[in-house]
Design a protein around this ligand. Structure first.
Ligand SMILES: [Zn+2]
Ligand SMILES: [Zn+2]
Length: 370
């Protein structure tokens, strides 16, 4: 093995060990303090399949040790490998896959740490290899800004219960009068696949206009500019979103769901699907999807939304259905990929806190794409 290859493999193994070690410790805490840290609605599901989740944790701890050891053997700098092994040891000391929950009693709100760990594990395992194999652009996994994006990911996932609760309040407070029980029962009695499509259409229609407003109204743009500040796109870049942007978009999306009253299985299927889709359309993957690309938003479609090239500005607002952009005159997919990404004027700061404060610090006139 050449020394360059040795160093590259060693570096990858060490970093993977360190990151996986962090996830192991977080997962371990979920096993120990489920009432505080685990999404309440998901608890029965975990109890039902507890053997499976213990198995995943055991495999992850073993993989952390193995990758850490490989990193130490291959690389001159031992820090990351040792960090991974240290974290895996902490997870083992906390009880490993045999850890039993400490009873602290149910709470009104809990952190969605389980959601954070599982999403990061599943999305990372799926998208990092895909982005290596089918890369659109040559760029690093740990490109500039990844730590900021990970913080956004952390907040929106660990705070999932609070965020969902907050985004339901406007619809419940303002549109309770529009709810008709017999109508909702008829909606929920339809075939699930049909409800799934109806949810897609209704939510996408609402969020299309909210998204467009975030681009056109200067003060709203200063929130949404955070999402557009990434200069490189990949699966993690989609998480970069101001919390006000997240709340407003979800609140608008929840409105038709609340009034129409779909059956929970259709809604859950939609939520799982859309959480993968939203990650995929930001990914650094070059698949073009010849026919499908005008039916469903693909990376090519959403990358054009993120471009700072003149021809793509204020185009492709739809999260899922390009037909909405075609209908309202904002579609743009010329057959080649955009040249560059980011905002045109005013680059928001790169730090997480700087991004949160950015809309409140900006005074004076601002142009929609500034
Ligand atoms: Zn946008
Ligand atoms: Zn985006």
């Amino acid at each position: 093995m050449t020394s360059a290859l040795r160093a590259r493999l060693g570096k990858r193994a060490s970093v993977a060990s360190g990151l996986l070690g962090v996830l192991c410790v977080l997962a371990e805490l979920c096993f120990l303090l489920p009432d505080l840290l685990v999404t309440r609605d998901a608890l029965p599901l975990y109890k039902q399949h507890i053997g499976l989740f213990r198995g995943i944790l055991q495999a992850a701890i073993l993989a952390t040790f193995a990758l850490g050891a490989a990193g130490i053997l291959l690389l001159r700098s031992k820090a990351h490998g040792l960090l991974g092994i240290g974290l895996a040891s902490i997870a083992l000391l906390l009880g490993g896959s045999e850890a039993e929950p400490i009873d602290v009693g149910p709470r009104a709100f809990s952190a969605g740490l389980d959601y954070l760990v599982l999403e990061l594990l599943v999305l990372g395992l799926l998208f990092i290899p895909l982005e290596r194999l089918f890369a659109l652009r040559e760029q690093r996994i740990f490109r500039a800004g990844w730590q900021t994006d990970l913080k956004h990911f952390f907040v929106s996932h660990a705070g999932v219960q609070l965020l969902s609760f907050a985004s339901m309040v406007p619809a419940q407070a303002l549109f309770a009068w529009a709810v008709r029980l017999d109508f909702q029962q008829a909606v929920a009695a339809q075939p699930l696949w049909l409800q799934f499509l109806e949810i897609l259409l209704a939510v996408d229609f609402m969020t299309y206009w909210v998204h467009r407003a975030f681009h056109k109204i200067p003060w709203l743009w200063s929130f949404h500019a955070i999402h557009h500040s990434s200069l490189q796109l990949d699966w993690l870049a989609g998480s970069r979103m101001h919390i006000v942007d997240v709340l407003a978009t979800r609140a608008a999306g929840f409105l038709p769901v609340f009034v129409l009253g779909f059956a929970p299985p259709a809604l859950y299927a939609y939520l799982v699907f859309v959480s993968f889709h939203a990650v995929y359309i930001h990914a650094n993957i070059r698949w073009r999807w010849p026919v499908l690309r005008w039916m469903i938003a693909t990376p090519e479609y959403h990358h054009w939304h993120h471009t700072s090239d003149e021809e793509g500005i204020d185009k492709n607002f739809a999260g899922f259905l390009p037909a909405l952009d075609v209908l309202f005159g904002t579609a743009h997919m010329p057959g080649h990929w955009p040249g560059k990404y980011g905002t045109v004027k005013f680059q928001p700061p790169e730090t997480y806190v700087g991004q949160l404060l950015y809309p409140f610090r900006r005074h004076g006139a601002s142009t929609p794409y500034g």
